[in-house]
Design a protein around this ligand. Structure first.
Ligand code: 0X9
Ligand code: ZN
Length: 751
């Protein structure tokens, strides 16, 4: 508890509670009215609600371990202290930063004319003038486009960049980069303007840029919220304005444009209260700015991709925003997001986090990202640019250039993807190994933002590097195509790839080669139905206060299993005995983590697979899905641990897990596994159980390989002939004598 500044006087804390919200509008004056930014690590949703009730202005967004930043007045800060929420101060005096920025910009007084456009932040008029200038400098490839009019009658403008005629030939993909839906996010218009400038300046120089400009249309809208942006420039007092300038009629102003779009408008993470900074407006697209963006988009059905730039927090975010459930193309979105993140990182070594909004950040319904993706079928991202809170919205101008450079790199990743006719991804991971001679089910997801269904979708495969073969896959819904490829012999390697055929192009996954699948048989070397106790319960550092791992016969609750997994037995390990027929909260894990550790076992054989059945229920009650069970392995008897599996999606069912330790743990005779079930999210139900632990070794059991050389050859024949007429290992059919039938078996497996 407590910040890094001197302790707040008691009266301020009391006043803070009484006047929460009212004080946000007070001009800075007395020491306690200095606005600061503090960072909290919310322990539960309750903390977030409390910050909201205090009237704190959320500046950044909830990615642990970074925490959440709030701007607070001195009085609000006292209220946070009183509430017992620990915080650190990230910016001690916001208004000092704003005043310094204002003085710097006023001193320039147009003195930036002729200077690099990106030397400092630019008011709307200069951005508009620059759009005209770029169009005039590059008439063959750039033209100014009008998106629409704002509430106060300003024009939302942008650039169309393409070497193609306008309108472009049918089938031309189009990409939209927009920025500044939120007025105070000054770092974002320069990002959009820089993408425009690089596409124009580097045309004919940079082959990647040239390809994009030659074969796509790129639309750049640097300021969506023109009224809000103009407002933030009008006075230092307005600098932190976020919404548009709608007169709400109750004395408050503004709708959050990024809660006003028409996908799941009105849902979680948007406010119905006009004074709120996330006020969603009276209906979807009630605001002229979002309606103009919608109309602009729908007038261009060839739009396939979008990035909506925001600040700050350094995040690369994709759908869904309205729910924590995964989007249908979650794997694809994550994979492209990871590539954007990597391109950003490689520019200036600055780390952005890529992930879905709902589970990375917080729920935000009615945002543009979900609308572009769900309603328009586009590849759609929200990128929160620099920084991570040191300056927040009041970024020093020295940060502009690196910020725009790294985000140009990220934008080019998406543009390259947009040139493909379709995006292929795996709806589920392929198996890393399969049994011999068993057909393998395969599936691929085809996401074609330009709308066209593929002429055909194939699985391609080859065995041990031989000729590629192909089989057509059938549409099974949601853009998924499934089928099976034939099995192969033990010890061989199958490579699998996919393609989707379009009239002019074929999309392939992966770009070259295939995903390897080893063909081997698994031999169980040890099995433990866990009927008898013997594992370690708990570990130093455990923090759970209830639901500690126990061994025995579980009593079912709505959340905990009634039966172990083994058909014959009754016992397993589980987190705390609940009351018979008890509610889901009966002896569930509370207050932290509880650890279950296996005894050391021998996993020294390469290809050792550990398997177990697990029960993980975290989907019921309040705050579902906020916790996870971490399964780790140790190759040094528990001294150091490597994460093997994160179990998060909850279920009241026993599910099997099998992990091939190859490449994850060094082979060792003192290997251990541990299962850490934790209740860290806000007051959620957590029940875990483990049963039927087994060790198997992958390999190809070839009885005719008498000398174990890996091949059935002359040496094995020699051994068989030497044992002719006797019994022993060469008696392959087990009839008691080595003879003709055994020779036939050997010859059938020759090679
Ligand atoms: O809350 C927002 O609108 C964005 N963060 S910001 O700090 N710039 O305000 C995040 C948007 C997440 N995306 C959507 N749900 N659309
Ligand atoms: Zn924003």
């Amino acid at each position: 508890m407590g910040g890094t500044t001197p302790p707040i006087r008691l009266w301020a804390a009391v006043v803070g509670l009484a006047l929460a919200g009212a004080l946000t509008a007070t001009a800075p004056g007395a020491e306690d009215d200095v606005r600061s930014v503090i960072r909290i690590q919310p322990r539960a949703l309750r903390d977030m609600r409390l910050m909201d009730s205090i009237g704190a202005d959320m500046w950044s967004h909830g990615v642990t371990p970074r925490g959440v930043d709030f701007m607070v007045t001195g009085a609000q800060r006292g209220a946070v202290e009183r509430a017992g929420i620990a915080f650190e101060t990230t910016i001690s005096d916001v208004d000092a930063l704003i005043r310094a920025e204002h003085e710097r910009l006023s001193a320039q007084q147009g003195g930036l004319a002729g200077a690099d456009f990106f030397a400092d932040f630019r008011p709307l008029g200069q951005i508009d003038a620059r759009l005209d200038e770029l169009a005039a400098l590059h008439p063959a490839r750039a033209s100014v486009v009008v998106v629409g009019q704002s509430l106060e009658g300003r024009t939302i403008r942008g650039l169309r960049i393409s070497a193609l005629s306008d309108p472009a030939p049918a089938g031309t993909p189009a990409i939209l980069f927009d920025a500044c839906q939120h007025a105070r996010e000054w770092a974002t218009p320069p990002v959009a303007m820089y993408i425009a400038q690089r596409l124009l300046d580097d045309y004919g120089v940079d082959p990647e840029v040239t390809a994009i400009v030659d074969s796509a249309e790129v639309f750049i809208v640097p300021v969506v919220n023109v009224d809000g942006y103009a407002w933030t420039w009008a006075s230092v007092d307005n600098r932190l304005w976020r919404k548009n300038r709608r007169i709400n009629g109750d004395g408050t102003f503004g709708v959050d444009l990024n809660r006003n779009w028409g996908d799941h408008w009105g849902g979680a993470g948007s406010s119905a209260t006009p004074s709120s900074d996330t006020y969603r407006g009276t209906s979807a697209f009630s605001e002229p700015e979002t309606a103009a963006m919608r109309n602009f988009t729908q007038a261009r059905p060839n739009l396939v991709a979008n990035i909506d730039f925001h600040s700050f927090s350094q995040l690369v975010l994709a759908s869904w925003g309205w729910t924590v459930e995964p989007a249908p193309q979650a794997a694809l979105l994550q994979s492209i997001g990871n590539q954007m993140k990597a391109a950003i990182l490689s520019t200036h070594a600055v780390d952005y986090i890529a992930g879905p909004i709902g589970s990375t950040l917080y729920l935000a319904s009615g945002g543009s990202v979900d609308w572009f993706y769900a309603s328009e079928g586009m590849l759609s991202w929200t990128i929160e640019v620099r920084d991570t809170g040191a300056y927040g919205f009041i970024m020093p101008p020295s940060e502009i250039l690196p910020t725009i450079e790294e985000n140009f790199a990220g934008a080019m990743v998406l543009a390259a993807a947009a040139l493909e006719p379709a995006q292929l991804s795996l709806p589920a991971p392929l198996p890393s190994s399969v049994q011999p001679a068993t057909p393998v089910s395969v599936a691929v997801n085809v996401f074609a933002p330009s709308g066209g269904a593929p002429l055909a979708v194939h699985a391609l495969w080859r065995v041990d590097g031989a000729q590629w073969q192909s089989v057509s896959l059938n549409a099974v819904g949601n853009g998924n195509y499934g089928g099976a490829i034939p099995g192969a012999g033990c010890g061989s390697e199958i490579e699998v790839a996919f393609d989707a055929v379009y009239p002019a192009q074929t999309a392939r996954l992966p770009d070259a080669g295939g995903f390897p699948i080893a063909v081997d048989s698994l031999e169980t070397v040890a099995e433990d139905a866990l009927e008898i106790a013997g594992w370690s319960l708990g570990a130093t550092g455990d923090t759970a206060t209830s639901g500690i791992w126990v061994h025995g016969d579980p009593v079912g609750t709505t959340s905990q299993p009634e039966n172990d997994h083994t058909a014959a037995g009754t016992n397993c390990y589980f987190t705390g005995q609940g009351a018979a027929g008890g509610g889901a909260g009966s002896a569930d894990v509370d207050g932290g983590a509880t650890t279950l550790t296996t005894p050391p076992f021998d996993a020294s054989a390469p290809g050792t697979v550990v398997s177990y059945f697990r029960w993980w229920a975290n989907h019921l009650g309040g705050n579902p899905g906020q916790d996870s069970m971490l399964v780790s392995g140790s190759a040094d008897d528990g001294a150091t641990w490597t994460l093997l599996e994160t179990v998060s999606a909850g279920n009241t069912a026993w599910l099997g897990a099998a992990i091939n330790l190859d490449g994850l743990l060094v082979p060792s005779t003192s290997t251990r596994l541990r299962f850490v079930a934790a209740d860290l999210g806000g007051g959620s139900l957590v029940e875990a159980a483990i049963d039927d632990f087994a060790l198997s070794v992958a390999g190809c059991d070839r009885p005719a390989d008498l000398d174990g050389s890996g091949a059935v050859d002359g040496a094995d024949l020699g051994l068989m002939l030497a044992a002719w007429g006797a019994s022993g290992a060469a008696d392959l059919d087990g009839d008691g004598v080595v003879g003709g039938p055994d020779l036939a078996i050997m010859l059938a497996d020759w090679g």
